[in-house]
Design a protein around this ligand. Structure first.
Ligand code: HMG
Ligand code: MG
Length: 313
């Protein structure tokens, strides 16, 4: 590909924190988002408007996005599962009345298997797509961008290996309802580079590669390799999480997302450049510090390999 600019979508404040059991104060979430934005992150997923009964940790997202800084050149997104979540977001947007709004974008999500969609959204994949269509339309009508996720693009924790044709169909359905980008999630983190390449080759038959992103959990230690497999397929957007935080409450045993620090480090000396806000890039040392800062707030060490190595030198 002639375009070697890689976009990073920082999902730490959402995917990274959603699975944490302890209460994380709103102040900490706000500071995390602000630090990420100041480090050059261009796309930040700040939280979700899901049911607090299903994911208690994301219950404070209204307050988080109301209190965070809104830096120019940074795109802020929230995850929305249904009409109710969108209504709740619109209420916040109406109350704050900022231009641009405090959230530029929603992410909607479904999965390549019914078993996972049932666990995560309490419905089938087909029904979830029917429900999401008007949600996407209403968000687009309001001038928000819409991003889609297909979970369990490689393997499902409930039904095993996934049919990549199904991933293609679901990704195409999301693109057809107006998603500017569809992120392919290895939710379980079982993917290997060859499987990831095979999956993306199939999905490209339905959705142009310019609209695809890769979202890799690192359960088996293959996430950085999977990032490079996706890049080799022409994908130019990668989701990652500072400090390697993350996990889906409905994907038992899965660990965090690929660490932003590890992706930044691995892309050094390559022919790829990482896009940051305002035509800059993302600062690796800042990310390492943020990864340690948030991990210590959560009572542990950073699990980013680059973050640990850089801190130790
Ligand atoms: P449900 O129980 O079928 O919902 O859950 P319902 O429509 O029957 O409503 C039940 C109650 O929830 C009602 O309240 C609703 O008002 C309320 P009650 O009358 O009982 O008091 N409710 C809501 N409250 C706040 N916000 C809402 C909302 N919707 C309904 N949006 C539902 C269906 C979709 C709500 C639920 O399944 C849910 O919230 N799921 C989200 C699960 C989630 O957040 N998972 C993690 C994110 S996805 C992920 O991590 C994967 C990803 O990273 C990619 C990858 O790695 O693969 C993106
Ligand atoms: Mg995820």
């Amino acid at each position: 590909a002639s375009n070697n600019l890689v976009n990073i979508v920082e999902v730490g404040p959402r995917d990274g924190l959603q699975n944490e059991k302890g209460v994380i104060p709103v102040d900490v979430k706000v500071e995390l988002i602000n630090r990420l934005a100041r480090a050059g992150a261009q796309n930040i997923e700040t939280g979700s408007f899901v049911s607090p009964k299903w994911v208690p940790q994301m219950g404070g997202t209204s307050e988080v996005i109301t209190r965070m800084e809104r830096l120019p050149g940074v795109r802020y997104a929230v995850l929305v599962p249904n009409q109710k979540g969108l209504d709740n977001l619109f209420t916040v947007l109406d109350e704050t009345k900022l231009t641009p709004p405090i959230s530029d974008e929603i992410s909607i999500f479904t999965a390549a298997t019914d078993a996972f969609t049932r666990a995560n959204l309490n419905t089938t994949t087909a029904e979830s797509l029917l429900r999401l269509e008007p949600v996407a339309r209403a968000a687009l009508d309001r001038g928000l961008r819409v991003r889609g996720y297909v979970s369990v693009a490689i393997a499902c924790p409930y039904s095993g290996p996934v049919d990549f044709k199904r991933v293609r169909e679901v990704a195409k359905a999301l693109a057809d309802m107006g998603c500017y980008e569809v992120s392919l999630g290895d939710t379980v983190g079982q993917g290997t580079p060859n499987k990831v390449a095979e999956m993306i080759e199939e999905v490209k038959k339905g959705v142009p590669v310019e609209k695809l992103a890769g979202h890799f959990h690192d359960t088996y230690g293959t996430a950085v390799a999977n990032v490079f497999a996706a890049l080799a397929q022409g994908v130019r957007t990668i989701d990652s999480s500072v400090g390697g935080l993350g996990g889906c409450p409905y994907s038992p045993g899965a660990t965090g997302n690929v660490a932003t620090e590890d992706v930044l480090y691995a892309l050094r000396d390559s022919h790829y450049q990482v896009a940051g806000s305002n035509n800059g890039t993302i600062n690796l040392d800042d990310m390492v510090n943020i990864g340690w800062w948030i991990s210590e707030k959560l009572g542990r060490d950073s699990v980013s390999r680059a973050g640990r190595a850089i801190r130790a030198r």
